[in-house]
Ligand binder design. Structure first.
Ligand SMILES: Cc1cc2nc3c(=O)[nH]c(=O)nc-3n(C[C@H](O)[C@H](O)[C@H](O)COP(=O)(O)O)c2cc1C
Length: 220
């Protein structure tokens, strides 16, 4: 698969086989992602890969906090409002998914169900947490975002699937404590990693992209 095909066919996967991902595979994709460009080559990213009983503990912790209605306190604040056109795109995505599922995905009971599925890493055998030092600024968050995409593309190229998950950062302090990370760590993103349960043609349809004209302008 060439680079363009890899970018275009990578999809967020939310159904995994339980088969473990060998540590060598994880090393391979992180080694590749390390070639991501960063501001002054400062490489502001670290990855924690969690599996086995520690991952189960994490799932139990997160579901427990959710069931106790503990308010989420992610290190990167959750957006409360979106400007246009993002607001419409988000509404469109939720409406399409609701129609497909035959339920209102914005209903509180479904939001809880969806969060629990996130906290179970959608059945994936491995969870990845992307972190860096909390004193780093916005450029380093941009760098880490590019690193995350490199990592997902490297995984896809090796037949692995991923889904980036902001929800996995809901209870940042508690996750950091369980993973033994210092309080000065910024928990940027969680991710599920594993082998996809379904062939690409059996997966739910990908969210569409806006027309190219809305994204690209040529000026000369
Ligand atoms: C920063 C970020 C946070 C996300 N958080 C979640 C999440 O918490 N749970 C989830 O299921 N998907 C999450 N996603 C996946 C998006 O919903 C998905 O990327 C988007 O709908 C486009 O679909 P695609 O990845 O298949 O192209 C997140 C994606 C990004 C980039």
């Amino acid at each position: 698969m060439d680079a363009i095909e890899c970018i275009v066919t990578r999809a967020s996967v939310r159904k995994f086989r339980p088969d473990p991902v060998p540590a060598e595979e994880i090393k391979e994709i992180v080694r590749a992602a390390q070639w991501t460009p960063s501001y002054k080559n400062c490489q502001p990213w670290q990855v924690v890969a969690v599996s086995g009983s520690r991952k189960e503990e994490l799932t139990a912790l997160l579901i427990g906090l959710l069931e106790q209605n503990v308010p989420p306190t992610p290190d990167l604040p959750t957006p409360r409002e979106w400007p246009e056109p993002q607001n419409s795109l988000i509404r469109e995505l939720m409406a399409k998914r609701s129609a497909l599922a035959g339920i209102d995905l914005n209903a509180p009971e479904f939001v809880t169900r969806s969060k629990k599925a996130n906290f179970r890493f959608y059945g994936a055998p491995c969870g990845l947490f992307l972190t860096h030092d909390a004193s780093l600024g916005p450029w380093s968050i941009l760098d880490a975002g590019m690193f995350a995409q490199s990592l997902m593309l490297a995984a896809h190229a090796r037949g692995l699937a991923t889904v980036p998950q902001a929800f996995l950062t809901d209870y940042a302090a508690q996750v950091k404590e369980l993973l033994g990370l210092s309080a000065n760590t910024r928990l940027l993103l969680g991710m599920s990693l594993g082998y996809p349960a379904d062939a690409p043609e059996a997966m739910p349809p990908r969210p569409e992209r806006v027309p190219l004209e809305d994204v690209l302008r040529f000026i000369s």
